[in-house]
Design a protein around this ligand. Sequence first.
Ligand code: G1P
Length: 326
Amino acid sequence: MKAVIPVAGTGSRLRPFTLTMPKALIPVAGKPILGHILDKVVALDIQDVILIISPAGDAIKTYVEPYDLNVQYVVQQEALGIGHAIFQCRSLLDDEPILIILGDTIYPSDFSYLQDGLTTSAVGVKSLDGDLRRFGIVEVEKGRVTRLVEKPDHPQSNLVVAGVYYLNEPMRLIDCLDTMIRKTQTTRHEYQLTDALQMMIDQGITLTTFTVNEWHDCGTPDRLLEANRRLLDLKEDGGIGEIPGSVLIPPVAIAPDARIEASVIGPYVSISSHASVDRAVIRESIIGQEAHLKNCNLVGSIIGPHAVVSGQVKQIYVGTYSEMYI
Ligand code: G1P
């Protein structure tokens, strides 16, 4: 089985952070989103990975290099949707099954049942309550998916698409995407994977579901911070260790080369490499690489790489290389 991971999205809901780095490289609970996904791929014993990157995706290649995986890159020139992204890797696909994992999504769930493959193509789903209009919705009868709709205004079921898909005959999907792109068949101005799966069903192909117990879509600042909290809670070594002169309240993830002085850190704080924190109180926040914080009190904040923050602020989202003195 190959893993196919689209990471070319513009991440518009995560600006300003995504103005200078791909969404998949934003840190959550001690490592980039993509690091969490690749760890899952490794745990599934998958060796072959296709990453669909944007033309500005070189930072992804640099990040992925140390992984002992056979990675092929495909560039999606224009962000025209997930379906379009998957279509870009058609020449690298054959009869071998694929597992598509959306690149802004982290799965603490156990997927070991996928390791030996499934007998049909299947979509990962979870039953949810509340407002489901931001999800793909799945309708199932007698174990088979009968209908898939991308972000309907009036969802007809509470089974949502969880962003992970198993295709045991990927070329069937590619054929459907090909038809959609030829006919310019878009939903919400994008080529949707959901629509291509519906086309497969219309052609009589069996699509089933598998259950995803937990996943974190990190597409907005709120959800990123929520994922950070939850994943730090799950981390086995969340907050072991001491930093002389500072207080750590677990769970936290602090890069070994971050410099912390006279500060109170935690709970739920992720501090990236070469960041420095001096006389600060930080809670429930994500601090980017080489960010410098001094004399501040942060809660629920995201500080981009290389940003400088100094002063009594409470909650802020500060982009890469920004400077804030209050
Ligand atoms: C994508 C899929 C949607 C799915 C969601 C899960 O939407 O298109 O069907 O429910 O991921 O996170 P996106 O969040 O990229 O808009």
